[in-house]
Design a protein around this ligand. Structure first.
Ligand code: FES
Length: 68
């Protein structure tokens, strides 16, 4: 997943505390609009987790563990 790649390369702010199990939202990323078509949109479960992102959520927010 994008989360694993980011974590493996020490990208700041990507923690992936739940290991990609859609249970933490510490892998939040903002997808540039030009990439949304490629990355897709969050499903209902991901949307529920995105609701706990405290700051910085945008219309193109995703949880990077769900981008594969
Ligand atoms: Fe926990 Fe993505 S790593 S929700």
């Amino acid at each position: 997943s994008l989360m694993e790649a980011a974590r493996d390369h020490d990208v700041d702010g990507i923690f992936g505390d739940c290991g990609g199990n859609l249970a933490c939202a510490t892998c939040h990323v903002i997808v540039p609009p030009e990439w949304v078509e490629l990355t897709g949109k969050p499903d209902a479960m991901e949307e529920d987790m995105l609701d706990i992102v405290e700051t910085g959520r945008t219309p193109t927010s995703r949880l990077s563990c769900q981008i594969v």
